[in-house]
Design a protein around this ligand. Structure first.
Ligand code: SF4
Ligand code: SF4
Length: 501
């Protein structure tokens, strides 16, 4: 028996003087919040279904609607807060694991906001990025540390396979299935135009997107959905996904309701079957096993493509990264605890892992100490929100950043955090055809291109302000950062001084 004790989380405020009963809100809401009541001759709302996606608010032609967070709260105390009590009620109703989407909403420290960037004054001139060349291009992959010569003493100029990025940002893994065809099309086109990469996630590569292969990273996850020879050959790089920041230590689950049509064909699994990727790769129990998979993938692609190993930021990430760097991988991708997801158990998302800033600083330092930093490139993700976060990440030691939630916001996501239901009113995290078509890939890709173009300008401005004219010169340059309001220990791990020092 299910008893719902809960007052709705959001309230629909409809200004009846403005409402013209056009029923746009009713047609636009996949959650069926709005309805026209003939007897009353007016619009009514079922607020218990509202997820505050703001679709109706945005499209109401008379601005008659507002969605507000309800101020009706349960009786809280310092120990039992509203959200905690609501979760108990929900589990007492369902008997199930709580599921969530998007990133960790808890008030964990965001270290990006506690680090400030330097600027040149008087003695070391800044650079005007509008008038002077500024290099934002980066190459990801193993760098030759020692020059090699042939038998005649000539330098051998053979560099291991690299990814070339026009700016240090890539779109992170989001599978076709968790997001829509049109969302993937937008990401693929924008990555191609901006000289960067998007990532298939673990859902395989739709045949229509093979044309974007040179700007595609193809992922191999534990479920191996949609992985075959042509798939590996199509991508510019291959990413082995061991873990992701929103759900370290567990696998993935795309419900059967989303495994329809092309999603099922692309994943190579029957329609309606749940796509469950196991927590571990069943052939990897050690760095030696990982090495075997890295080299199997290199062998399968004639050693022409860099291999990325993606892991979640966890407590001993520095030691793990050291192992990965020795496994033959070319790039390590690390995803922090604030990273997004299409669906994750709430307890895992909110409690497992560590912030990306601390993980990045610890990994970069460890690889430097072990003199293997140039064996790999480092890519970090897990809530990169702006060009400033990117500049700080690079100064802390990253070669490039992954963004996902930021990219979805550019596509129109309103962070309602209900991707797991498949009813995304913005046409992003859904497979329902009538919703998918709400996202126009021409507009979507243009908005992503605009976002990356704006960030590229901002990165150049911040670099110029520091008197630095290339990403390469900024990478690992922690002198360009100062901490504010951080403890001695935090400063020590981040490897930066406090502001004023
Ligand atoms: S979209 Fe706006 S004007 Fe139209 S019915 Fe809904 S609230 Fe009224
Ligand atoms: S992608 Fe869609 S469902 Fe997911 S948070 Fe954004 S708007 Fe909501």
């Amino acid at each position: 028996m299910s008893i719902d004790f809960l007052y709705p989380e959001f309230e629909v405020v409809r200004n009846m003087d403005r409402c013209i009963t056009c029923r746009v809100c009713e047609r636009q809401c996949a959650n069926e919040v709005h309805a026209y009541n003939e007897r009353l001759d007016k619009m009514v709302s079922d607020e218990s279904k509202c997820v505050n996606c703001q679709r109706c608010v945005s499209l109401c032609p008379t601005r008659a609607l507002k969605i507000v967070k309800s101020d009706c709260k349960l009786r809280e105390n310092a120990n039992w807060q509203n959200d905690g009590i609501r979760e108990i009620y929900k589990q007492a109703n369902s008997g199930g694991v709580l599921l969530s989407s998007m990133g960790n909403p808890k008030e964990l420290p965001v270290y990006w906001d506690r680090m400030l960037i330097n600027a040149s004054q008087v003695t070391n001139p800044s650079i005007d990025p509008l008038r002077e060349p500024m290099e934002t291009r980066v190459f990801l992959g193993k760098k030759n540390v020692k020059p090699e010569r042939d038998e005649s003493g000539n330098l051998i100029c053979k560099v291991p396979p690299q990814l070339e990025l026009d700016l240090p940002v890539m779109f992170s893994a989001m599978s076709y299935g968790s997001i829509s065809y049109n969302a993937h099309a937008s990401l693929a086109r924008a990555a191609t135009e901006m000289g960067t990469y998007y990532n298939t996630g673990e859902g395989g590569l739709h045949e229509d997107f093979y044309q974007y292969g040179p700007n595609t990273i193809v992922q191999v996850a534990s479920g191996r959905f949609g992985v075959h020879e042509e798939y590996l050959a199509a991508g510019a790089a291959i990413e082995i996904k061991i873990g992701q920041g929103a759900k370290p230590g567990i696998g993935g689950h795309l419900p059967g309701s989303k495994i329809v049509g092309d999603v099922s064909r692309t994943r190579m699994i029957p329609e309606g079957s749940d796509a469950i990727s196991p927590a571990p790769h069943h052939d990897i129990y050690s760095i030696e096993d990982l090495r075997q998979l890295v080299y199997s993938l290199k062998e399968a692609t004639e050693y022409k493509k860099p291999v990325i190993v993606k892991v979640a930021a966890v407590h001993n990430i520095a030691a793990i990264a050291s192992g990965i760097a020795r496994s033959g991988a070319d790039i390590i991708a690390i995803d922090g605890i604030r990273g997004g997801t299409g669906a994750a158990p709430t307890r895992i998302r909110d409690n497992v892992g560590i912030p990306i800033e601390l993980a990045l600083a610890a990994v970069d330092q460890r690889l430097r100490d072990e003199r293997i930093r140039n064996n790999v490139s480092l890519v970090v993700g897990g809530s990169i929100r702006s060009a400033a976060d990117i500049v700080k990440a690079i100064a802390l030691g990253a070669d490039a950043c992954y963004i996902a939630t930021g990219a979805l916001l550019a596509l129109g996501c309103h962070l309602c955090r209900t991707c797991q239901t498949g009813k995304c009113n913005w046409g992003i995290a859904t497979q329902r055809p009538e919703l998918v078509k709400r996202l126009n890939p021409d507009i979507g890709s243009r908005r992503l291109i605009n976002l990356l173009t704006a960030w590229k300008h901002e990165i150049k401005e911040m670099m110029g302000g520091m008197g630095i004219n290339s990403i390469e010169a900024l990478r690992g340059n922690r002198l360009m950062l100062r901490g504010v309001g951080l403890t001695e220990k935090e400063l020590e791990i981040l490897g930066i001084s406090h502001a004023g020092e």
